[in-house]
Design a protein around this ligand. Structure first.
Ligand code: CP
Length: 323
């Protein structure tokens, strides 16, 4: 693996999931792998889980970690080739990535979608700028379009919850369990990255996968592909084993909040016998009701815990190819 930019960088997903689950039992088994090496984590946006779980994963591997809140502490970066830098941007991505490559053996980057222009967000200028101009591996800590460490942790959680038969290489005869991605309301416009990565992960499992959201909230069709979409949430959730709850803003009317209909909030009645997942942070009683989050139907803490082992698996793979 040269970089970890998306789930496509994991060639054998089944094996990766099984190896990440195995890491949980013996997380310090590779404590020497990262000795005398440094991981830099650059945050252009806030974080709790990604920041702490990736640091923990790095420490499990013996890595030193340097964290920088880039948007508050770094120079404002220019990304355009040939730019005449006579305005507020003091440093070019070329120098920033080059300099950091001298200090760090691996670099993680978090830079969310700005949700102003679909075209601009699809350029992934921050993540791909670092991947282009750094000479060390780059790890996506959530970019404009993708949150692959979250998608990987979610696939680990679903495998633990539903059994190894959700892995295509270990599938058994019979009906595949139903997993539904449900949109839920939120007062602010949120990016599509978590939903995109969850879909990418679920497409690599042996499950009966579908998506439910109000009309107008269709995600990028290049990502949803042939995943079934059901606009009636109750119908979509019937018989589900796992419901993954997430808000996202409109893709078609890019970055807009089109609906805050509270009837889409996930309640105990809606969840039924299913398990409930959410990447966190979650707005209680807007996205998911207290009664669900405080019950044994909630997998949110298991998901968050699995972020460590998803990150540790990725760091371990990258370290294997780092001189
Ligand atoms: N789920 C997730 O990425 O959490 P943070 O934004 O807190 O890192």
């Amino acid at each position: 693996m040269k970089h970890f930019l998306s789930l496509q960088d994991i060639p054998d997903f089944d094996t990766a999931i099984l190896e990440a689950i195995a890491l949980k039992k013996d997380p310090l088994s590779d404590k020497k792998l990262g000795r005398d090496k440094t991981l830099g984590l650059l945050f252009f946006n806030a974080s709790l889980r990604t920041r702490i779980s990736t640091q923990k994963a790095a420490k499990n591997l013996g890595l030193e970690v340097i964290v920088m809140n880039f948007s508050q502490e770094g120079w404002q970066l220019e990304y355009e080739d040939g730019a005449v830098m006579n305005s507020g941007k003091a440093e070019h991505i070329k120098e920033a990535a080059g300099v950091l490559s001298g200090y760090c053996d691996l670099i993680g980057v978090r830079a969310f979608a700005e949700l102003q222009s679909c075209e601009e967000d699809q350029k992934e200028k921050v993540l791909l700028g670092f991947a282009k101009h750094a000479s060390v591996p780059i790890i996506n800590l959530e970019s404009a379009l993708d949150h692959p460490l979250q998608g990987f942790a979610d696939a680990i959680t679903i495998t633990e919850e539903l059994g190894e038969q959700v892995l295509p290489s270990l599938k058994k005869e019979g009906t595949a369990p139903k997993v539904v991605l449900s949109w839920a309301p939120h007062p602010r416009a949120l990016p599509h990255a978590v939903a995109n990565s969850f879909i990418a992960a679920m497409k690599r499992l042996h499950i009966d996968f579908s998506i439910t959201h109000p009309k107008g909230y269709e995600l990028d069709p290049l990502i949803t592909g042939n995943a079934p979409i059901e606009y009636d949430q109750d119908k979509a959730l019937a018989g589900a084993a796992v419901v993954y709850v997430k808000n996202w803003s409109s893709f078609k009317d890019y970055g807009k909040v089109m609906c805050e209909d509270p009837s889409w909030t996930i309640t105990s009645e809606k969840i039924g016998n299913a398990q409930c997942m959410h990447c966190l942070p979650v707005r209680r009683n807007v996205v998911i009701a207290d009664a669900v989050l405080d019950s044994d139907k909630s997998l949110v803490l298991a998901q968050a815990n699995n972020r460590t082992y998803a990150a540790q698996w990725v760091l371990k793979e990258l370290l294997k190819t780092t001189p």
